[in-house]
Write a protein that binds this ligand. Structure first.
Ligand SMILES: Cc1cc2nc3c(=O)[nH]c(=O)nc-3n(C[C@H](O)[C@H](O)[C@H](O)COP(=O)(O)OP(=O)(O)OC[C@H]3O[C@@H](n4cnc5c(N)ncnc54)[C@H](O)[C@@H]3O)c2cc1C
Ligand SMILES: O=C(O)Cc1ccc(O)c(O)c1
Length: 488
């Protein structure tokens, strides 16, 4: 089949009946549920972009194996041009969502592509796992499926490993093998967008201990597999608030969910790893499923930071405070953060690594630096918006007030900004800013940037330990050589 349209994506959702729990009730028709309607529409638009002549050549290609047109996220890049072709889809999707939707379909498509191109890692442990991963990549590519993922254990007792939790099946683990497949039980988090996806893939960060064998798992199943329960967090928008009052929150809310598996059957052909602690610990670092998606998240993060920076600049301009050096300093800082990330991303693409298979991997140091900086730079951008917007962020009336005949004159006089910025213009801009920096929606976006790639504290420590391996500190040796000369 190849690339789907938005309509085909929605028809796919309608054809399934996953067990979704939302605010204490089961959702029977996800497409008609107010909370999900707009996010479904936003994802559908991304699918439609694949058919739009403005984007098609940039973000899709003809698959050599099938002759069908597929998304560029499924490319195994062997040339810098192919790396750029992949970037084009990350950029197009992130622009369409202002970088506010983190788990658009391209993200997991890259994870799968990397698993496919590095399936030799799995082959060493079990050739069937490798075969399964390669076949699954083709299924997702050719049916253009939308995946969610859950790679973290529920937050019960982090000081204990999976097998030490109070119940054997608190964390997701294997129960028994059957002729049809593996029965699994327990929970996994934090599956962003789960209710509006087609399938879920489960894998894990390293950190398995001896004794954790049953939890060492990687597999993918349809989101409506019997026994799989999706428990949504409280929505951050009700789906009926006005687009004018909440221009971002009303559109880009990504639902997060806990996945609970109640004796779920994973067919053998969908199992990529099982019962092997060593393989589970090496899966993430050795298959590129960490590094390749960092290219997508880097592009998306850059655009989100650009959006926040532009909002801050426009706010300052709209009320005439950008004449003050302190405001200019804050904005200058954001501009420099943004440009540093842009340069890092560019360098990551230029200083790629070529794997023995010929696959190109964008630069590790640069991508990890972006991953390390975003959890600091994005919250700072939000803080600057709050500081510049100040009390004005709390003064916005609703769109109904703006349009009420008795209020119109007051609105235009007292809510206007500097000369040239009408009351309506200023209120709409400040509402947009408040969605980003004040609303529960905006707080989630902040939390997302802190944790979207794992715990930043441990990630930075891992980065440093890797960095040390290939950074020999030879300048210090050169400087110390002066003593050697003296003793000679
Ligand atoms: C908005 C959002 C969307 C997300 N979407 C997804 C998704 O789609 N799929 C998915 O799988 N995951 C997703 N995640 C989960 C994300 O991977 C985790 O939040 C992240 O890995 C951190 O894990 P945690 O939240 O369990 O925090 P914890 O690991 O519980 O950490 C809590 C605190 O304790 C500290 N801490 C814990 N353990 C240690 C340790 N061993 N050493 C030192 N300090 C420690 C941490 O530094 C942190 O301050 C999402 C998270 C957010 C916030
Ligand atoms: O960024 C990665 O490499 C993988 C990853 C880590 C943490 C997450 O929450 C997530 O969704 C994906």
């Amino acid at each position: 089949m190849g690339i789907r349209t938005g309509d085909q994506y929605i028809r796919g959702l309608r054809s399934r009946q996953p067990e979704i729990w939302l605010q204490g009730r089961k959702v029977t028709n996800v497409c008609e549920e107010a909370v999900f309607r707009q996010p479904i529409h936003e994802i559908a638009k991304l699918y439609d972009m694949q058919h739009d002549e403005k984007y098609q050549e940039k973000i899709t290609h003809i698959c050599q194996e099938t002759g069908e047109r597929v998304n560029n996220a499924f490319l195994v890049a062997k040339t810098p041009e192919e790396l750029q072709a992949k970037r084009a889809v990350y950029e197009a999707y992130a622009k369409a969502t202002f970088g506010l939707m983190g788990r658009t379909p391209d993200f997991l498509n890259i994870v799968l592509t990397s698993l496919y191109s590095n399936a030799s890692f799995l082959e060493r442990y079990n050739p069937q796992w490798a075969e399964n991963a390669k076949n699954y990549y083709k299924v997702v590519r050719d049916q253009d499926l939308f995946l969610t993922h859950a790679i973290i254990n529920p937050q019960n007792d982090r000081s204990k490993s999976s097998h030490e939790q109070s119940d054997v099946y608190t964390h997701l683990g294997a129960v028994e093998e059957t002729p049809e497949g593996l029965i699994v039980k327990g929970a996994k988090m934090l599956a962003t967008l789960a209710p509006i996806t087609d399938e879920v893939i489960i894998y894990s960060f390293p950190g398995f201990q001896p004794g954790d064998e049953r939890y060492a798992l990687a597999f993918a199943i349809p989101i409506d597999t019997p026994g799989l329960r999706i428990i949504c967090r409280e929505p951050m928008q009700d789906g009926i608030r006005s687009v004018y009052d909440h221009p971002l929150a009303s559109r880009f809310e990504e639902m997060d969910a806990l996945l609970v598996f109640h004796d779920v059957l994973v067919p053998w052909e969908r199992l990529f790893l099982y019962n092997n602690v060593e393989a589970a610990n090496l899966l993430y670092p050795k298959t590129g499923i960490g590094q390749q998606p960092a290219h997508q998240t880097g592009v998306r993060g850059l655009l989100k930071l650009q959006f926040a920076t532009e909002v801050a600049m426009r706010l300052a301009d709209s009320i005439g405070v950008d004449v003050y050096p302190n405001v200019q300093n804050n904005l200058g800082e954001l501009a420099q953060s943004l440009e540093s990330l842009r340069a890092l991303l560019r360098t990551a693409e230029l200083e790629y690594e070529t794997l023995p298979s010929g696959e190109l991997m964008p630069g590790y140091v640069q991508l990890e630096t972006i991953r390390g900086l975003l959890p600091k730079l994005y919250p700072r951008a939000i803080e600057v918006i709050q500081i510049i917007g100040a009390g004005g962020l709390l003064m916005s009336p609703t769109d109904s007030d703006l349009e009420h005949p008795e209020l119109v004159a007051d609105m235009e006089k007292f809510y206007a900004g500097r000369v040239g910025i009408s009351g309506t213009d200023r209120v709409r801009l400040f509402k947009l800013a408040w969605d980003l920096c004040g609303e529960a929606f905006g707080q989630r976006l902040l939390q997302y940037e802190r944790y979207y790639t794992g715990d930043p504290v441990r990630k930075l420590a891992i980065f440093y330990n890797n960095y040390k391996k290939f950074h020999a500190c030879t300048m210090v040796d050169d400087a110390l050589s002066v003593f050697a000369a003296k003793t000679r």
